[in-house]
Design a protein around this ligand. Structure first.
Ligand SMILES: C[S@@+](CC[C@H](N)C(=O)[O-])C[C@H]1O[C@@H](n2cnc3c(N)ncnc32)[C@H](O)[C@@H]1O
Length: 181
């Protein structure tokens, strides 16, 4: 997907929450936060799949990767990736995280989220972190990359350990938060 196409989509759907896809620096930083050989990975807000492709490189050969995306225009781009470990769900992450097993996902080892949380009301932000924490296997992690530190207190509320990284080479720059269960 071109930058112009991404921008046009965002103008029609503010829930996309970004003017462009993530930079290669962000893609690398986020992928680095995912342990190699991860068995079950769920990505929230996958967009056109620029991060998804890098995440697949961290998933075990017989592992499972699920990309969840609410905007229908991104779905064909995600399906085009064509990796047998990847399944694509067109839907809301609040519904999927409520019951992973209902979506044929066993307890994830890693959840990567780029859903723009500043656009969500507090109740939904809290629900997103609470449900994800409940669904992750013990020792699993939620990797959130966001433009602000808004989510840090909620991550600390539910997770035993929260690590911070900063990636300046993006517009706007990203905070990468790694929360361990
Ligand atoms: C900032 S874009 C990022 C896209 C991609 N991850 C990247 O790094 O370039 C955030 C994505 O989250 C999706 N999104 C927002 N709210 C969502 C929700 N409640 N459920 C599923 N996807 C959501 C948007 O449609 C958008 O594609």
């Amino acid at each position: 997907m071109t930058g112009i196409q991404f921008l046009r989509l965002m103008l029609r759907d503010p829930r996309i929450g970004a003017v462009t896809r993530s930079s290669p620096y962000v893609v690398e930083e986020v992928a680095r936060a995912v342990p190699a050989g991860t068995r079950v990975l769920v990505e929230y807000g996958a967009g056109d799949g620029v991060v998804t492709q890098a995440l697949l490189q961290r998933v075990a050969p017989d592992g499972q990767c699920v990309a969840v995306e609410q905007n229908a225009a991104f779905i064909p781009h995600l399906r085009e990736i064509g990796d047998r470990r990847l399944s694509v769900i067109e839907g809301n992450v609040l519904d999927v995280s409520q019951d992973f097993s209902a979506h044929h996902i066993s307890a994830p080892d890693v959840v990567v989220s780029n859903v723009p949380c500043t656009l969500l009301p507090f109740e939904d932000r809290d629900r997103l972190v609470r449900q994800t924490h409940a669904g992750l296997r013990v020792g699993g992690r939620l990797v959130m990359y966001q433009y602000s530190l808004l989510m840090r207190p909620l991550l600390r509320k539910y997770f035993s350990e929260v690590e911070m990284r900063f990636e300046p080479w993006n517009f706007p720059p990203y905070f990468v938060m790694i929360a361990i269960k």
